[in-house]
Design a protein around this ligand. Structure first.
Ligand code: 3PG
Ligand code: MG
Length: 397
């Protein structure tokens, strides 16, 4: 990762360090329910603090329209303090008098969290005057929020162009893992893409086809492809109007020498509900009133075989309706197999995107992949081959 400055080259002692973190964590009436993103930024916070820097955390929470106490970062800052195991002060605003006096009161090594940056509409507009007000609070900027790097906001992009900017340890790990997966991977590379809709993952599929050797398509998205190939899919969820697009993608894959691996059988049910009676069928025999809810056992074997042939795996999206048993079987079986191959050092496995982390955690392999990104939208945009503004701004500085 030569074109980024990391904390290795930052002079932090006695400096006011503005650290952009992603504290957009799942919460239920003010109680944090998942600490993963908080845990990810602990190393950066501790390192800066240990080196005598004043750690000033900047983050957004939710998508508030103006100041809204329900989207205050205060309870999240308290959760950060518990996870870091050190006191974290809080300021009621991220700019102005409240922020300035809180920063002025800091001693070397102290940690302060500023209120939700999105309480100011100028944040999302990347407004230069707002960037200026934030910049006044710090000497150095560190971005540790890859998962917010697809936003060109004041705290993710503007500040990086204003102050000496560095990638935090999580940002660094994320960029290293992603580049190891798609930019400079050990070949052959296999991608597993699931989820509901072809329409939302078109760019992603097209980009992957040009980069990987094999592409496994699962989830309801696979139904659209099967339908496009003339398979009778009964009442399965599919985007039938995308059939032409699906056929175009298949043709493109063939030109690009990318093997497309679609299901060869299906687990079906007649009701979309947990523990609905389920049956395995070949693709030529899907009953007209049934729904495909997961890949079948032969498909799982086929995907495992494809993983045996691969050196690098990129995974986004579940293979079936994983939130309902037994339709999590395909996702769980393949995820565990990938985790085993990773453990045997035969596979570099990188996964990310909203449901994916939940699915891997449910399969008990969240810790066993080479890298699991906590990014949702940012991971998808990266898979689409887009440049992320927050990353580009770091590259430039
Ligand atoms: C996320 O939760 O994916 C990031 O924090 C970005 O949040 P946003 O989609 O509201 O910009
Ligand atoms: Mg999001």
């Amino acid at each position: 990762m030569p074109d980024f400055r990391t904390l290795d080259s930052a002079d932090l002692s006695g400096k006011r360090v503005l650290v952009r973190v992603d504290l957009n964590v799942p919460a239920d009436s003010g109680k944090v329910t998942d600490f993963t993103r908080i845990e990810r930024v602990v190393p950066t916070i501790k390192e800066i603090s240990d080196k005598g820097g004043k750690v000033i955390l900047l983050a957004h929470f939710g998508r508030p329209k103006g100041r809204d106490p329900k989207e205050s970062l205060k309870p999240v800052a308290e959760a950060v303090a518990r996870v870091v195991g050190r006191p974290v002060a809080f300021a009621d605003d991220c700019i102005g008098e409240a922020a300035e006096s809180a920063v002025a009161a800091m001693k070397n090594g102290d940690i302060l969290c500023l209120e939700n940056t999105r309480f100011h509409k100028e944040e999302e507009k990347n407004d230069p005057a707002f960037v200026e007000k934030l910049a006044k609070l710090g000497d150095v900027y560190v971005n540790d929020a890859f998962s917010a790097a697809h936003r060109a906001h004041a705290s993710t992009e503007g500040l990086a162009r204003k102050l000496p900017a560095y990638a935090g340890r999580t940002m660094q790990a994320e960029l290293e893992a992603l580049s190891r997966a798609l930019e400079t991977p050990t070949k052959p590379v296999i991608a597993v893409v699931g989820g509901a809709k072809v329409s939302t993952k078109l760019e992603l599929l097209e980009n992957l086809i040009s980069k990987v050797d094999a592409l496994v398509i699962g989830g309801a998205m696979a139904n659209t492809f099967l339908f496009a190939q003339g398979v009778k899919i009964g009442k399965s969820l599919a985007e039938k109007e995308m059939a032409d697009t699906a056929r175009r993608i298949l043709a493109k894959a063939e030109d690009a020498n990318c093997a497309i691996i679609l299901p060869v059988d299906a687990t079906i049910a007649y009701h979309f509900e947990a523990n609905a009676p389920s049956f395995n069928y070949g693709l030529d025999a899907i009953p007209a009133d049934a729904m495909i809810l997961d890949v079948g056992p032969q498909s799982m074997e086929r995907i495992k075989g494809a993983l045996d042939d691969a050196a690098t795996l990129v995974w986004n999206g579940p293979l079936g309706a994983f939130e309902m048993k037994p339709f999590d079987a395909g996702t769980v079986t393949v995820a565990r197999y990938a985790a085993d191959r990773t453990k045997q050092k035969k596979l570099v496995s990188v996964a990310g995107g909203g449901d994916t982390v939940a699915a891997l955690n449910a399969a008990g392999v969240g810790e066993k992949f080479t890298y699991v990104s906590t990014a949702g939208g940012a991971f998808l945009e990266w898979l689409e081959g887009r440049k992320l503004p927050g990353v580009e701004a770091l590259r430039a500085s």
